[in-house]
Design a protein around this ligand. Structure first.
Ligand code: ZN
Length: 104
């Protein structure tokens, strides 16, 4: 699924929205549950629509977020051991959306 068409409801349990602040370089992976229950976004929200609405708590800058989607290891399934390592790596970086908030 292309990024521009993806909505929060399209994310599965192992999928994350990666948000990167281009002002300070902070980035984090936010699971669907945090988008829905932490940031209180409706499931039909387009993932790309988050970009102008995210505020970085590290540097307090708004409108500098770049979002992308990390689909659950689907692209790396040719190599089983690699995908599980990638999953562990992703999981270690999940921060539940703690450093980004929604404004406006
Ligand atoms: Zn920042």
């Amino acid at each position: 699924m292309p990024l521009y068409a993806a909505r929060i409801e399209d994310l599965g349990p192992g999928d994350f929205v990666q948000v990167r602040c281009i002002a300070c370089g902070h980035d984090e992976l936010i699971p669907k549950s945090s988008l829905l229950h932490g940031l209180r976004l409706p499931p039909t929200t387009l993932v790309l629509d988050l970009e102008p609405r995210l505020r970085c708590r590290e540097c307090d800058v708004r409108n500098k977020a770049i979002v992308s989607i990390r689909w659950a290891a689907g692209g790396e399934r040719r190599n089983g051991s690699k995908s599980s390592r990638a999953e562990r790596y992703l999981r270690s970086r999940v921060q539940q959306g703690a450093r980004f908030s929604i404004w406006g």
